[in-house]
Design a protein around this ligand. Structure first.
Ligand code: T4K
Length: 394
């Protein structure tokens, strides 16, 4: 039996497109004041006072000794890899944004893709040791959706095999692990402050570390390798953050708590509204590790829900809800990595078919979240079971 549920007329509040990743932005007048300072000083980039101020504030916020602001998260990952002296092979999950792999490969390192734990969506510590070869130099864990990796187990594996441990913490700004902010684990943790992140500097990123030598090396490499005014001592690049980006960061940092509060409120509405829907599971953020609630990720069981992830995505897009398939396909299926295989990543393959990211953030009101959930409920489905018919009829 096929039952099609007709969508209601589009509610007026969903008449403009809702993006996943619409930026959270502090008040214009605060940014304008900071920008005027930059104009007055005529100091635009190359570690100006606003970059220094933001680095200091981030060190305090992240409870780490060193934060080096960078032009973006990808270049921050590259700088971290080079400063750490990595080469050969680095073990990394395939289920992540492509930049985690690209940053390594741009450094001439082969990313060796590891499967994920399907319950956490993070790198599976049980799958790592089988991938270690004489060429392996490090593990790059990714705290996907801000949910911390199994940090202690990764530490143990890295110690046992003499590997470096680094983290791609692009999603995890404002998140905590066992009461401590994400930022101080492993050799370093790397953040993205791209427009779409919970905390943005337009574009931007940072290497956070408690290792003074590593921080110094990252600073050297992000400024062409200059020591002093005219002496280059290493193969560097331009990876610096301009002042205007730091101005945005200083404003947004003041308002970060309110952004997270809004995210958390919306997450609560999603959780309540989606709970009765069979076949849809909102990924959870256990209280033990504070999260920034920035990612609203649903895991769709196609058989139970009666529509596939892609059918639901298409339906939502028709109604101005621009849901995203973060992160499909896995990195291993894309260029240039599919040619570096074969890869055996059954959990990654399965999860790639099921997850969908929904809008969140200060662009939304609770009523809009409610409308998105209504749309999900109204998505045309096949072979509705008795329980679903009951839910739909409520
Ligand atoms: N590691 C991980 C795990 C990452 O997720 C990322 C970045 C990185 C490393 C690298 O960090 P960065 O070098 O980027 O600092 C987006 C972002 O560009 C990327 O930063 C992010 N992860 C990734 C998850 O998402 P796209 O290609 O999906 O972006 P795009 O342009 O489609 O934007 C996403 C949505 O946001 C769109 O639907 C529109 C909306 N949007 C976007 C921008 C830029 C806005 O509403 N306003 C905006 O200004 O990659």
């Amino acid at each position: 039996m096929t039952i099609s549920l007709e969508a209601r007329t589009l509610p007026p509040i969903l008449t403009t497109p809702l993006h996943v990743g619409a930026p959270n932005i502090g008040p214009w007048h605060e940014f304008s004041e900071r920008s005027q300072e930059i104009f007055r000083r005529r100091w635009l980039t190359n570690r100006g006072p606003l970059v220094i101020e933001l680095e200091q504030k981030l060190q305090a916020y992240l409870e780490v000794e060193h934060v080096v602001l960078c032009a973006n998260g990808t270049i921050a990952l590259e700088l971290a890899a080079q400063a750490a002296g990595l080469s050969g092979e680095v073990i990394v999950p395939s289920f992540t944004f492509i930049a985690s792999a690209h940053a390594l490969h741009w450094q001439g390192i082969k990313p060796v893709f590891c499967d994920i734990n399907p319950h956490t969506y993070n790198i599976d510590p049980d799958a790592i040791e089988a991938l270690i070869t004489p060429a392996t130099r490090a593990i790059l864990g990714v705290h996907l959706y801000g949910r911390p990796c199994e940090i202690e187990r990764l530490n143990q594996i890295a110690d046992r095999h003499g590997l470096s441990l680094l983290f791609d913490a692009a999603h995890a700004f404002g998140c905590r692990f066992q009461g401590k902010p994400i930022g101080g684990n492993g050799l370093c943790e790397v953040f993205s402050f791209h427009a779409t992140k919970v905390f943005n500097t337009f574009e931007g990123g940072a290497v956070a570390t408690n290792d003074a030598a590593l921080a110094e090396k990252v600073r050297l490499l992000q400024n062409f390798g200059f020591q002093g005014e005219d002496n280059v001592i290493a193969l560097g690049i331009n990876g610096k953050m301009p002042e205007i980006n730091a101005a945005m960061g200083l404003v947004n940092l003041e308002h970060l708590d309110s952004f997270i509060t809004v995210n958390r409120g919306h997450y609560g509405v999603y959780a309540q509204q989606l709970k009765p829907l069979q076949g849809i599971r909102l990924i959870d953020y256990p209280d033990a590790n504070a999260n920034n609630y920035h990612y609203i990720i649903i895991d769709i069981d196609e058989v139970e829900f009666g529509a596939s992830r892609d059918q639901l995505r298409d339906y939502l897009r028709q109604h101005n809800v621009l849901a995203r398939r973060y992160f499909t396909p896995g990195c291993h299926r894309m260029a240039p990595y599919h040619d570096l295989g074969p890869w055996h990543l059954p959990q990654t393959e399965a999860v790639c078919e099921r997850l969908l990211a929904l809008p969140n953030g200060t662009q939304l009101s609770a009523a809009m979240v409610q409308c998105i959930c209504d749309l999900i409920r109204q998505c045309p489905r096949q072979q509705l079971g008795a329980k679903q018919l009951f839910e739909v009829g409520r």
